[in-house]
Ligand binder design. Structure first.
Ligand code: SAM
Length: 271
């Protein structure tokens, strides 16, 4: 039996969070929700979950803060290296060949659910290193967590967070400062950090590569399908979609083609 949320409160919060973000809480992760809400109650000086619920229903800004507080933002540089091997050895060569024919020399990437920026900065380092000089790249990095986006925009990571970055990239793209590393401007300029809730259309179009890794695990099947359909609309023909290595579109009715490369599995909008 739960001490903090009654079953009715839990149901109200569960539904609100799902409707607003797609994030799905079940009885399995109820305690996580409770501990995050407890913190918010303390910070807003409210006494009961019902009072806080009334606040988030009236106040759009507090709703954003609440949604931010229930997200899980765990990430790291070069997370799941095989994805980046597939990017370097399969996706980029294919896109470069395609674009040489069309004459479009820009690669457009979306890191959807970018958390504190480690994923888009990893992509930016690879693109800077591997793209031919005639090519440019533009990365949109979006998340529902405003706190995480602020960290990403700053581009400063403490010593313990830079593990996984190859030494040559660390030397080339970061400056060592006090107890951490500052991303250099040339990378920061490649990325546009933006608040975006995957529940809604992003308005992005013609994207060549989408990374949406370790985000869909927090959604139920219906919410996952809705997000995947919106990616389809945002993506260019012959574009590529990376999802987390523990995530899959198997059994989902989507138009994406499964692609097994020598390095990792991914999906293609193959039209
Ligand atoms: C575990 S992190 C994954 C970060 C990175 N993609 C990676 O794989 O390392 C999941 C991120 O998804 C974000 N997220 C969850 N629901 C979202 C939604 N509805 N819209 C946008 N971002 C969302 C969270 O805020 C969190 O930062």
């Amino acid at each position: 039996m739960s001490e903090f949320l009654s079953d009715t409160d839990f149901e109200l919060y569960r539904k609100l969070i799902y409707d607003e973000s797609g994030i799905t809480f079940s009885s399995m992760n109820r305690t996580i929700l409770e501990s995050r809400l407890k913190d918010r109650l303390r910070e807003t000086n409210l006494a009961t979950p019902a009072e806080y619920y009334n606040l988030v229903r009236k106040d759009k800004e507090e709703l954003k803060v609440m949604l931010d507080s229930v997200t899980t933002n765990l990430t790291r540089f070069f997370r799941n290296q095989p994805h980046f091997d597939a990017l370097i050895n399969y996706v980029l060569p294919a896109l470069i060949n395609l674009k040489k024919v069309s004459g479009d020399n820009k690669i457009r990437v979306w890191s959807a659910g970018c958390s504190t920026g480690e994923e888009p900065y990893t992509i930016a380092m690879i693109l800077k290193d591997k793209l031919p000089p005639a090519f440019t790249a533009e990365i949109v990095a979006s998340d529902i967590s405003l706190k995480s986006l602020m960290v990403g925009k700053m581009g400063f990571y403490t010593d313990s967070r830079i593990v996984g970055i190859p030494d040559n990239y660390l030397g080339r793209f970061f400056d060592h400062k006090n107890d951490g590393y500052q991303v250099r401007d040339e990378l920061i300029k490649m990325i546009r950090f933006d608040y975006h809730n995957l529940k809604h259309d992003s308005g992005l179009r013609n994207i060549d590569i989408v990374f949406c890794r370790n985000v869909l695990i927090y959604f139920d099947e219906a919410a996952q399908k809705a997000v995947i359909d919106r990616f389809w609309d945002a993506m260019a023909p012959k574009s590529y979609l990376f999802i987390g290595h523990s995530e899959s579109l198997f059994g989902m009715n989507t138009r994406f083609e499964f692609l097994k490369t020598d390095w990792a599995c991914l999906y293609q909008k193959n039209i």
